[in-house]
Design a protein around this ligand. Structure first.
Ligand code: MRU
Length: 352
């Protein structure tokens, strides 16, 4: 199983530069938190849970680089910069606030701020892996017996500590010899489906077929897939959710074709402050990503592009959310809060 980020004793933080995939596996070693901020912005490290984990370790680098008397101030400055790096995935803010709280607590108690930050970052990483594993166990029965599923973007091990969210049930089935074929939307403009999902599934031995984003409806209509499973970057308490641009149209197509849509995410992706999806901040990225896909200009000079990185899918299109605590069916305003009401880490976490 790919673990795309590590903390090496004595060596600090390292992660795979995902902008180089699938060509080359390059491990980068950010020297300081500014590089972590840049790498999150540039999607060298990406995926909602993974940017939270990277940011948590980024705060460790910030704390370690300051004099002991200044380490809390360094953490506070870096926390603001990290939270601003990408606006849509709530996991980033969630992880940063956890580490910031520990840093403040350590300072108040006269303990080491860098040590407290490191302990919390390690806990966040370990919990994410355990949550993804539990999502796999909880979601596998929903996919068992299906010939194929369709996914959008990359919500696999590359987007998390390990196993992924949407792909974790696929890996769980694989472990017991049950193969589910995956159709991967290429996911323009940055091709996370073609570059990353196809790469990690092929490496694991899962049969994968890349399709143009615009082929999703035709693939469903031909009966080639029996379910859609995607991740999420932020889930409102009513079940509206943000995910990679194009997810909304996949959801509408799934409904039109009578195919269930499953959304797999750890409870850290639920924004308990949001009643619905209207207020989810949507990242807009450079028009160049749309105008020059894979580095080759396809639009005439002087033409502009709108590059929305995420969209919001209304809850009515979701058949179920799969979290570490179980499978949550509508009405989500009632069933989703059970996944974070003080029980978040109890069920299934840490079990083999
Ligand atoms: O822009 P990205 O590549 O960070 O977007 C990633 C996605 O939209 C994923 O589907 C989402 O983060 C879920 S990852 C478990």
């Amino acid at each position: 199983m790919i673990r795309p980020l590590r903390w090496e004793t004595g060596g600090g933080l390292t992660y795979i530069d995902q902008s180089e995939l699938p060509g080359t596996v390059v491990w980068v070693h950010p020297a300081g938190v500014d590089e972590v901020v840049d790498d999150i912005r540039a999607l060298r490290v990406r995926g909602a849970p993974l940017i939270g984990i990277a940011a948590a370790y980024g705060l460790v680098l910030a704390a370690q680089s300051a004099r002991p008397a200044d380490s809390l101030a360094a953490v506070e400055d870096a926390a603001d910069a990290l939270e601003a790096a990408r606006p849509t995935a709530v996991n980033l803010r969630w992880a940063v606030e956890r580490v910031r709280g520990c840093a403040r607590g350590a300072q108040a108690a006269g303990a080491s701020v860098p040590d407290a930050c490191l302990a919390e970052a390690q806990a966040i990483r370990a919990e994410d892996e355990a949550m993804c594993r539990a999502i796999g166990r909880n979601g596998a029965p929903l996919l068992e017996g299906l010939d194929a599923v369709l996914t959008h973007c990359n919500a696999g091990s590359l987007a998390t500590a390990a196993y992924g969210t949407a792909l974790s049930p696929v890996y769980t089935l694989l472990e017991s010899g049950r193969l589910v074929h995956v159709y991967a939307d290429e996911t323009r403009p940055l091709f996370q489906g073609a570059r990353l999902t196809a790469w990690e599934l092929a490496a694991a031995g899962v049969p994968v077929t890349v399709i143009a984003d615009s082929a999703a409806g035709a693939v469903m209509r031909r009966g080639l897939v029996q379910a859609v499973i995607v991740g999420a970057d932020r889930i409102a308490t009513n079940g509206d959710f943000a995910n990679k641009i194009g997810t909304y149209q996949v959801a509408v197509l799934a409904r039109a074709n009578g195919i269930p849509l499953y959304v797999a995410a750890p409870s850290s992706t639920i924004d308990q402050d949001l009643a619905d999806g209207d207020a989810i901040p949507i990242e807009e990225r450079s028009p160049e990503e749309v105008l020059c896909p894979a580095g080759r200009r396809v639009a005439p000079p002087g033409v502009d592009a709108l590059n929305l990185a995420f969209d919001v899918t209304p809850a009515e299109y979701v058949s179920a959310f799969i979290t570490e605590l179980g499978v949550h069916r509508p009405p989500f305003a009632t069933t989703l809060p059970r996944s974070y009401a003080g029980t978040r880490l109890r069920a299934g976490i840490g079990e083999p």
